[in-house]
Design a protein around this ligand. Sequence first.
Ligand SMILES: NC(=O)c1ccc[n+]([C@@H]2O[C@H](COP(=O)([O-])OP(=O)(O)OC[C@H]3O[C@@H](n4cnc5c(N)ncnc54)[C@H](O)[C@@H]3O)[C@@H](O)[C@H]2O)c1
Length: 418
Amino acid sequence: MEEPIRIGIVGSRFAAQFHYTAYQRVTGIDVEVVGVTSLNREHREDFAKNRGINAFDSLEKMLPEVDVIDVCTPGYAHEEVSITSLEAGKHIVVEKPFTGYFGPPEDKNFKGNKFPKEKMLESAVASARRIIAAALKSKRRLCYAENWIYAPAIQKEAEIITKTKGQILWSLGGQSHSGSLSPAYGIWRLSGGGSMVGKSCHPLTAVLYLKQVEGLARNGKAIRPKAVSARTHEITRNPKFIDKGFLRTDYEDIEDYCQLHVIFNDGMVADIFASELVMGGVHNWLEIFANNHRAKCNLSPVNAMEVYNPQEEQFADIYVMEKIGTKQGWSNPAPDENFMFGYPQEIQDFMEAIAAGREPKSGMLAASDVVSVLYAGYISAERKGTEVEVPLDSSIGIGDPAKTLNGRADNIGEYDGK
Ligand SMILES: NC(=O)c1ccc[n+]([C@@H]2O[C@H](COP(=O)([O-])OP(=O)(O)OC[C@H]3O[C@@H](n4cnc5c(N)ncnc54)[C@H](O)[C@@H]3O)[C@@H](O)[C@H]2O)c1
């Protein structure tokens, strides 16, 4: 019998929980979550005890025991944990944001919303390239945990695009809710930004992926982002904002609203919105307007169930949907929210990719391009919406694994309009 793929998780809170659950759903490949490490001893020991795994005092102590490091820390630690792990010969799974700009490490007074954004873009892109270079050098897999790529609605759209060779003319989507649970979110130094980096990354990466798929299906070349215009706002810190207590409002130096307009290298466009201003449960959606069809990809809410609950307390221990706020009255409980969000499918693909030595569907191309678009977006927002070129790493690609040499592919290049 083959040895199991051994996983070590870094981080022991929200993301670590749903990653752990997704590893339990992997089929056809023997996978074992061996342990966890995080900054808080009590928390990691509880996490480990509840799951019958080991709690390690440090990443260094966990590394020799595992094959894969799953990075579920806030964004500021992604580069360091990823590169340390790759250099130790481990595959990596990295949560979003892949990486970013978090200010000078020693500067505790750093305020991201006031900091020049050109410097941020340069540093964020350099950070992404360092992680990718480490993955290419170590010949280990870089799995970028963008679950939207694996959401069934997005994968169905990818099938439609592939089989009909349709052209996506305009995409419109967003992610919004009433505020993240993570204490790190809200502090740029830890999170790398606000709604743009933390939320718009999801629908944006789904669109980047679908345009890659479209280009590969029709022309053998991924279509990639070329330019972006963006706006950001700090609505809950606007002195005229009237707080009724339903939204999180304790953000330090991040935006809580953003919009992005992306232009691809085939001239087609996408509009993405994200905010911390939306009640009624997490709103995850993407609409595709193609030259041969139109699709509405609803990740949340979904209407597989409609329930009326006359009394809040009855549903005290019933999960309805992420960030629902109240369970009283009509709601649309998600029968299997993790599945609709693509979490188990994502981890399944990562494990298959590692076992087979192939690129995952969400790998270095998606990770690299999304960092470039988001931080180019911050420059645009600083200039109140002026168009900004997206700097791309042209050395990486996706597509036919046979043509892909450890992530370097011959299928990336300027889209030639065919
Ligand atoms: N894909 C999704 O839908 C989704 C959802 C939630 C969070 N996330 C992402 O997952 C990551 C974690 O989010 P969260 O909500 O669990 O964050 P959190 O702030 O609630 O928890 C972070 C965990 O990381 C640990 N940690 C922080 N720095 C560390 C370091 N240097 N070394 C070791 N451990 C460290 C902390 O102790 C804590 O256990 C973030 O990057 C976030 O953007 C993704």
